[in-house]
Design a protein around this ligand. Structure first.
Ligand code: FAD
Length: 487
């Protein structure tokens, strides 16, 4: 058996893992990442990046569709989806090469293989050799959850993993789950001309998001032809004239020659809907299976909760000393940038630097559907339920000059602030945006909220004109007593 020693071993090279490795190496630690697929993880290969790239293609197609409104005679003959896929793969590959290069240039050792924590500071690679580290970070990420009765056959019933690689667009698709990922795919596929039915068991899309923002998304989706079924659940499905053959433990549906491809989905209200594809988007489960061994790490004392999340304290320490965990494997918002933030907390703690835990109540959320959604902090309902007396300010993009210029006036900026004793607006509690490019506008709102700034402090700062971000500035002016463009 070979034996190598490092200051830090990171199991899993997704955003949480590679961020820990990069930040650790920048801080002078000798670092090894063990990755059994490709560094970049879900985010780069099966998540954020490929999904946003295809959403960009969808946006371009939408723009071509309305070019005539601007006097441009551009007639689209449709989408060559294989070219769209090639472009997406190229972007992913460029970023993958870039990331691999930075990892190499920081002197980080990348070890290909499946790692397992076998003892404090001891990591087995493919059960063939053991490496040791003063500290070990578990960052094995997550995998898609499925719905009983909708086992993934990678053909008709798929998850985001398979959908991102389809080479041909289906004529129709049902998306099960109206969360962030479900809404992004519903929006993307509708832009591509696919007939989309979006089924969400809760009474609003994007559960957890401000209700008013969610309603704007629902209205917009419906206007674009998406059938949004709220408060609805799927109960089962019957493939069209196909034979379900168990293969390697999964049911593979093989349609008979010349038979229609697809399935009939039964809903809990008794309705049945026939679609070519079903996309299951009901969240992701932590992938603690391998990294912690068959006994889920209990043998060495790493505590894992009933849902499979590794238990950590505010500083991402597991129940075993010098073993840390970050990213989708812990019970925090499953976002790449939350993984980055958690990785930084861990490395600073290892280096003995002063560190502030991640404040999960104020992390930025961005949803890249059309319209886009971006928010941080409390919703109006949550703030009222928490006992705050609130001041609410809403500024519609219809009043924003840049929004008029680009012809995208649907949406608003909504601010929730604490009401001061004199009735004026005090500390910001939440900022919620829906509309054009709001994912690029949230940054300053996030800073203001986390800085615990007051509207009259923020209102002093200049917003460039004409920009979409003027709506945020206008909201601050109005909250501080007097608006500029709006009363
Ligand atoms: P992962 O990215 O899952 O990486 C874990 C890595 O560990 C994987 O590469 C895996 O192969 C490896 N691994 C697992 N077990 C072992 C082992 N035992 N040994 C060695 N290697 C192992 N987040 C955002 O912030 N913004 C977005 O826009 C966004 N869009 C998304 C869109 C989709 C379709 C999906 C699915 C997710 C999206 N996410 C988005 C979520 C984001 O991708 C995840 O939060 C993020 O990738 C989690 O990072 P991680 O490092 O915890 O895990």
């Amino acid at each position: 058996m070979n034996s190598d020693s490092y200051d830090l071993i990171v199991i899993g090279g997704g955003p949480a893992g590679y961020a820990a490795a990069l930040y650790g190496a920048a801080g002078g630690l000798s670092v090894a990442i063990v990755e059994n697929n490709k560094v970049g993880g879900t985010c780069l290969h099966r998540g954020c990046i490929p999904a946003k790239e295809l959403l960009e293609t969808a946006g371009i197609y939408r723009s071509v569709g309305r070019a005539e409104e601007f006097g441009i005679q551009a007639f689209s003959e449709g989408i060559d989806f294989s070219v769209a896929q090639q472009r997406k793969d190229k972007v992913v590959d460029q970023l993958y090469k870039g990331l691999s290069g930075i990892i190499r240039s920081r002197g980080i050792t990348t070890i290909a293989g499946t790692a397992q924590l076998v003892g404090q500071g001891k990591v087995s690679i493919d059960k063939e050799r053991i490496i040791s580290g003063k500290d070990v970070i578990l960052a094995t990420g997550s995998v898609p959850r499925t719905v009983p009765g909708f086992e993934v056959d990678k053909n008709i019933v798929v998850t985001s993993d398979e959908l991102l690689d389809i080479q041909q667009l289906p004529a129709s698709m049902m998306v099960i789950g109206g969360g962030a990922i479900g809404c992004e795919f519903a929006s993307m596929m509708a832009d591509f001309g696919v007939k989309v039915t979006l089924v969400e068991v809760m009474e609003q899309l994007l559960p957890g998001c401000d209700a008013e923002v969610s309603n704007i998304v629902t209205r917009s989706f419906k206007r674009r032809g998406i059938d949004v079924l709220l408060g609805t659940a799927v109960v089962g499905h019957t493939p069209l004239d196909g034979t379900a053959i168990p293969e390697n433990g999964i049911k593979k549906v093989v349609p008979k020659e010349n038979s229609p491809v697809g399935t009939t989905v039964k809903l809990n209200d008794g309705n049945e809907i026939q679609v070519e594809k079903v996309l299951v988007c009901v969240g992701r489960r932590p992938f603690s299976d391998f990294g912690l061994g068959e006994d889920m790490g209990k043998g060495i004392g790493v505590e894992v909760d009933k849902k499979g999340f590794v238990t950590v304290d505010d500083f991402m320490r597991t129940t075993v000393s010098n073993v840390w965990a970050a990213g989708d494997i812990v019970n925090s918002p499953q976002l790449a940038h939350v993984g980055f933030a958690e990785a930084i907390v861990i490395v600073k703690s290892i280096l003995g630097e002063s560190v502030i835990p991640v404040d999960y109540s104020k992390v930025p959320w961005c949803i890249y559907s059309h319209p886009e959604v971006a928010f941080c902090g409390m919703t109006e309902t949550a703030a009222v339920q928490a006992g705050y007396d609130v001041v609410v300010q809403k500024d519609p993009f219809a009043a924003n000059s840049r929004a008029r210029i680009i012809g995208e006036t649907d949406g608003l900026v909504k601010i929730i602030a604490e009401r001061n004793a004199d009735g004026s607006a005090g500390k910001l509690l939440g900022v919620h945006m829906v509309g054009p490019w709001v994912t690029e506008q949230l940054g300053q709102a996030y800073l203001a909220l986390n800085w615990e700034a007051y509207p009259d402090e923020i209102a002093q700062f200049i917003q460039p004109h004409p920009t979409l971000s003027e709506s945020f500035g206008e909201s601050m002016l109005r909250l501080s007593g007097r608006g500029l463009h709006l009363g």
